[in-house]
Each structure stands twice: as structure tokens, then as C-alpha cells.
Design a binder for this molecule. Structure first.
Ligand code: GLU
Length: 280
């Protein structure tokens, strides 16, 4: 299968050097492999995603000299698709409705229940039936049942990135201990949580290798679990190290100082950016 990868920004702010690194790296890997490079806007956060950031992103990537091989995909145009996958999980009894606010969860965690790890959702709503779902309820994955559903299947994924390289098996103990009953259906809009939509689109777009920052590595096992539950095969993952500022802090969109547009305004060339991120 030929190599297909993607850059999948959330258009909630300007691109910074860290995004430039991720996009250039993915693009160059695809070109070196004579494969394909795709662009996907993860704009399911309808409040924070802004058309001006989409336009700025396209302008920045074009200025960097990157080209993509299909029209960009906008997740906001496919919310019903993610919802169908969510319904598939629900129809199999793998979700339950949750009405807990952050405050409720904090209060429940202050008086931990036996057997529930204290950093995970305290399972307050676990016995609620789907028919009890209110319009403002989230949907949580029933992790025990999800693990039952893949029992005995020996599922794994390959990680190619430098920090975590190896083959990882999905492990019931780790999923129950480290992930727990995560939210898979959002309460604000009627669609899947962003990491689920992202994993589904990786499959729908035929991505063979997910190149992205290693801050997202922790999502991988649950994304692979969801893909298997939905009958898909997971791609390979290739998490890269992060570009940090001089204090070793990870760059974030709110750190406007590192915005690519500022470097551009100060006269930097695309090659200067490649050099700055160590990719020339
Ligand atoms: N949309 C995510 C972000 O901007 C990236 C998700 C991914 O690459 O899987 O951080």
C-alpha cells in the first residue's frame, strides 16, 4: 500500500513553529515515499474554530511550499458520519449517558470509590440506560464492555516515532487503569469526541501512517481500540518530538510569539523556518 499521511490542525488559532514542523515533516515523508499528503481541518469545536484561521493556515502552508493531494477535508461537514459510528457503539451497549459536570466529577473524586482509579471518571452514571439520555448528556465508553468485546483478539499497533518506537498490544488492565470510561459523545453538539472523529477520518481518508506530535501519543491506544470496535484496521503511528521554546516549554497556539505569521512579517523565508525547526 502506498504511503498516505496527513496534517490535521484544529483551526482555533494561528499556526506556530511546532505546526510548521509537523506539517513539513509529514509532507516530506509523503513526498520521499512517493505517497500522498492530505490536509484535514479538525473544526468540530464550532465555537473556537474560525474561518480566518483556516484561511491563514492554508496561506502559511502554501507559503512554506507544501502541496496536498486532495481538497482539504472539513470535519464540521461530516458530523453525522461520526454520529453514526457513535450510534453503532451505543447499539452494542458500549456507551452510557453521563450528566456529570466537571464539578460533580471533582466532588465524586474527593470521596473515591473502591476499585475506581482516582484520576479517572468516577463512574457515577455507569448504570444509566441510553434511554435516559438527556439533551445535554455526554456519552461515555463503557470500558469494561469495550474490553470484553475485543477479548482474545490480540490487537496491537505499530509506533514508528523515536520516543516510543515499538509494537503495542491493547491491554485490558492498562485501558481500565489509565483510560477508563472516557467521553466519546459530546454534550455540546451531537457528535463524537474529537479524538474519535480524528481516528475515524484517518481510516476514511486511507491514512497509512499518522504523523503527529508526541503529545498525542497517549490517545493512540484508545483510538486503536475504537477503530477495532468499529471494524477498522488501525494505521501505523509516527509521533514526532515536539518543538519547544528556549525554556523547554511546548509551544501552544496561545503563545502568539511563535506564530508563523510573525516570522513571515519579520521577513523570514520558508527555508529559514525549515532551519529553525531543524528540517533543512
Ligand atoms: N487536531 C489535532 C491538533 O491540532 C491533531 C490531531 C491529530 O493529528 O491526530 O492538535
Amino acid at each position: 500500500m502506498s504511503y498516505v499521511t496527513r496534517f490535521a490542525p484544529s483551526p482555533t488559532g494561528p499556526l506556530h513553529l511546532g505546526h510548521a514542523y509537523s506539517a513539513i515533516l509529514a509532507h516530506d515523508k509523503a513526498r520521499a515515499a512517493h505517497g500522498r499528503f492530505l490536509l484535514r481541518f479538525e473544526d468540530t469545536d464550532l465555537e473556537r474554530s474560525k474561518p480566518e484561521y483556516v484561511a491563514q493556515t492554508i496561506d502559511d502552508l502554501t507559503w512554506l511550499g507544501l502541496t496536498w493531494d486532495e481538497e482539504p477535508l472539513f470535519q464540521s461537514e461530516h458530523l453525522t458520519v461520526y454520529n453514526q459510528y457513535l450510534e453503532d457503539l451505543s447499539a452494542r451497549g458500549l456507551t452510557y449517558p453521563c450528566k456529570c459536570s466537571r464539578k460533580d466529577i471533582a466532588a465524586a473524586l474527593a470521596a473515591p470509590q473502591e476499585g475506581v482509579p482516582h484520576h479517572l471518571y468516577p463512574q457515577t452514571c455507569k448504570s444509566r440506560a441510553l434511554t435516559e439520555r438527556g439533551p445535554k448528556d455526554a456519552l461515555r465508553l463503557h470500558m469494561d464492555r469495550a474490553c470484553d468485546a475485543i477479548e482474545g483478539q490480540n490487537l496491537w499497533f505499530d509506533e514508528l516515532g523515536p520516543s516510543h518506537k515499538g509494537r503495542y498490544s491493547l491491554d485490558r488492565t492498562a485501558l481500565l487503569r489509565d483510560v477508563g470510561d472516557i467521553v466519546v459523545g459530546r454534550k455540546d453538539i451531537d457528535t463524537a469526541a474529537y479524538f474519535m472523529a480524528s481516528a475515524i477520518d484517518d481510516v476514511r481518508q486511507g491514512i497509512t501512517d499518522v504523523v503527529r506530535g508526541e503529545d498525542l501519543f497517549e490517545f493512540t491506544q484508545v483510538q486503536v481500540l475504537l477503530l477495532h470496535l468499529l471494524g477498522f484496521q488501525a494505521p501505523k503511528y509516527d509521533h514526532h518530538t515536539l518543538i519547544r521554546d528556549e525554556n523547554g516549554k511546548r509551544l501552544a497556539k496561545r503563545d502568539d510569539a511563535r506564530a508563523l505569521s510573525k516570522f513571515r512579517a519579520e521577513g523570514a523565508s520558508p527555508n529559514d523556518i525549515r532551519q529553525l525547526v531543524g528540517l533543512s
